[in-house]
Structures are given as C-alpha cells and as structure tokens.
Ligand binder design. Structure first.
Ligand SMILES: Cc1ncc(COP(=O)(O)O)c(C=O)c1O
Length: 401
C-alpha cells in the first residue's frame, strides 16, 4: 500500500526552527561534537549492485548504522548528543559564559551535569543513547521501559549505569509515566518524540541524527533520486527529509516514509491530513517502529518534505533481514535488526509492482538511498529470525551456508 503526499502543505518551506536545527550548519556542529567522542568513526555506506539488478533500479546504497558508536543503531547519535547539549546550556547559565562543545568533559561542566537528572521512555535504542550520554557527562539518568521491552534490551541500557524503571503497559504508558515522574522530581525529559509545547529537546535529538546524512552525502558517488526511510514516531524520516530538502532544494530526491502495517501512525496521518493516533494492533516484530502517534515536529516536516507514505508487513521485514544476511553474489552481507531493513522492505515492495514503480518514478536509472537503522540490537531474537548468530553473518555467507 502506498499513497502519494497530496497534502496542501506538500513542498511548502520548512518552518524556521526546523530548518535551523536540521541543515548543514547544525550538522557540522554535531560532527564537531562527534569528533570528541571516543570510538567515533563514520559508519560504512554499502553498495548493493546485485540487489539493484534484481530490483531493476540503477543503484542501491545502504548506510549501515549497526556500526554506530558501539550502540548498534543510529539512535546513538541523537539522545547522547541532546544530553551533552543540554548540560552545556546549563553550564553556560551557571558559569556565565558559553562553554564550547570541546569543553563537555571539563570539571566545571561535570559539576553542573552531576546536579541534573535526565530521563526518558524507550523501546530500547533511544534509552541506550540517553543513558550513554548521561554516563559520558556524569549526569544521573532514569530510563522507563514498558512491559514489551526485552530483557536483553533492558540490560543493554543498564550497562550504561542508568536506573531502569519497568512499568506495566505499553510505550505510550511509559511516555506518560516518565512525564509524571519528571514533573514530580525535577528531572529533564530527553524524548525522541515531541508534542504540543515540547519541541526543543526532541529537535536536538533529531539534530544529532543529521551527522549520518553528512557522512552519506560525502560518500555517495552521486546524489540519490529516491529515498525510503522507516518510521516509528517519524524523527529519523523527518531528519532525512528536512536535511535533503535543505541541501538539494527543489532537486531533492523522492522520499517515501515506510511504516509497519500494524502501527502505521504516519501513513494514517497522511491519509487524514493531520497527525492522528492509531489504535493499538497486534505487536509487530519491527519493535522499534511500534509507535501509535507521530512526533509533532516530525509530522510538520514530513507533511511538507515527504512525497509518499507506505506500509510493510512483518514477514516482509523478516525476509529483508534474511536477504541482507545472505546477499546475492557480489553484495556485502549486512546485519540488520528487525527495524533496520524496513526502508529496503519498502523499496522491494514498490520495485516489484509496475504500477507503484510508475507512481513514484522508480526506473532503471534510479539511485536509491536507504538506512540500515540498526544492527542486531537484540542478538537472541536476531538468531531466531535469521538462523545465524550476528557475529557469524559474513562468514556464513562466504561458506554459502
Ligand atoms: C532501529 C530503529 N529504526 C528506526 C526507528 C524509528 O525512528 P523514529 O521513531 O525517529 O521514527 C527507531 C526508533 O527507535 C529505531 O530504533
């Protein structure tokens, strides 16, 4: 299922605050911060010529965020960055001068951080990033996880020293609960989703994601013509849409937002012409995309800068994980978690349907850009779904097993 963006605001300019946060200047600032982070290296951009031939498109490039900062997902870029920026802002008030990004590990800044508690609700990856950022600057951190977050994912967050609170209920309940607890205790909520009156911090989180686009645009042999990005609340899709619109203007690529069929809040919002909350369905295997209400900032951007919205089913997401682990001859193997290959699942669905190809102008000369947003962030589940341990993926491919 795919619908074109027919909203009145489609292709309208971005709002000033969104454009300022997600353009080239802001992205350069993020890269300056990353340069001070241990273990930082640009993630690989894989070319998949075999799959491009099979899907009858010109080229496919996948930015592989499974390698990001030891956290296994692009989320490593957002939450941690926002925490450091917030600590620097607080330090600037306390010290009466603006500390530069390079000072984030100085004793003066650490003293300020020690008095700030940051908190968030998470499905897994965002909480890991916020906890890592808090540990880096020495800020206390409380992460709320809901009943559906696996024990593996809970432990991965706890490793960064955060206090974990597990609540009954689902993701939305954990968002409500963290807001209540933060109000009561004076904590700062560092959320990756936004709502009326709460936009600035989620926008900082999204700003952190821009680094992956700077890297990709440096590495791509030519600008993409088509982009497929998966969505939970829409933060990463909106960051990609905004950054590409700001860099390429009217010549930007055609951008399709890909939602899980069971939690298609952006798809349904596009149909309704306004942000809508969708009913909870069966849990989806695309756990990180299981969000029922779009982020307000993300929706505002996507209603202008996304060109189509579509959904994919669980079996398509799992088939793509398997395909990336056992690629066609000549293509590198990629470890993609359950939510990682969903943009590619969207491309595969469109590429195999002549009517959909025509609808978005996906031809033999198309240069497609995708993001593998996560590696095996839950290795046990990965092995169940793919039949290979994540660490053995490339070797298994070489063996032909
Ligand atoms: C691996 C992965 N992919 C995609 C997303 C979707 O990002 P967003 O919620 O910003 O749309 C998430 C969100 O947690 C994620 O962890």
């Amino acid at each position: 299922m795919l619908i074109r963006n027919l909203l009145a605001e489609h292709r309208a300019p971005l709002e000033r605050a969104d454009a300022d946060a997600l353009g080239v200047t802001a992205a350069s600032e993020v890269e300056r911060f990353l340069a001070h982070r241990e273990g930082h290296a640009p993630t690989p951009l894989a070319s998949l010529p075999g799959l491009a031939r099979e899907l009858d498109v010109g080229s496919i490039h996948v930015k592989d965020e499974g390698h990001r900062l030891g956290l296994g997902s692009f989320k490593a870029l957002g939450g941690a960055y926002a925490v450091v920026r917030l600590v620097l802002e607080a330090a600037s008030k306390r010290l009466g001068r603006q500390p530069g990004i390079a000072e984030w590990r100085s004793p003066e800044v650490a003293a300020v951080a020690a008095g700030m508690t940051v908190a968030c609700a998470t499905d897994g990856n965002h909480g890991r990033s916020v906890a890592q950022g808090a540990q880096l600057v020495g800020a206390p951190c409380v992460i709320f996880v809901h009943a559906g977050v696996s024990e593996e994912r809970r432990q991965a967050i706890a490793r960064y020293g955060a206090r974990i609170v597990r609540i009954e209920g689902n993701y939305d309940d954990s968002v409500t609960e963290v807001a209540r607890a933060a109000e009561e205790n004076g904590w700062i909520v560092v959320s990756d989703t936004s709502w009326p009156g709460y936009e600035r911090i989620p926008r900082l989180v999204m700003q952190g994601y821009t680094a992956l686009l700077r890297e990709a645009l440096r590495d791509l042999p030519a600008p993409p013509t088509h982009v497929f990005v998966q969505a939970g609340v829409g933060g990463i899709a909106a960051t990609v849409a905004a950054h590409l619109a700001l860099v390429f203007g009217a010549g930007r690529p055609f951008l399709t937002v890909v939602d899980p069929a069971g939690a298609a809040c952006l798809f349904e919002s596009a149909k309704a012409g306004r942000p809508v909350k969708v009913a909870h369905g069966r849990p989806t295997v695309m756990a990180m995309l299981e969000c029922y209400e779009p982020s307000l900032v993300a929706w505002r951007i996507l209603s202008r800068a996304a060109d189509a919205f579509m959904t994919v089913e669980d079996d398509e997401a799992v088939a793509i994980m398997n395909r990336l682990a056992r690629p066609l001859a000549g293509d590198p193997a990629i470890v993609a978690g359950e939510s990682g290959g969903v943009g590619l699942a969207g491309l595969a669905q469109v590429a195999r349907d002549p009517a959909l190809r025509g609808a978005i102008g996906l031809g033999r000369d198309a240069r497609v850009f995708l993001i593998n947003t996560e590696g095996a962030t839950d290795p046990v589940l990965y092995q169940q779904l793919v039949g290979i341990a994540p660490g053995k993926v490339a070797a298994a491919t070489l063996d032909g097993s």
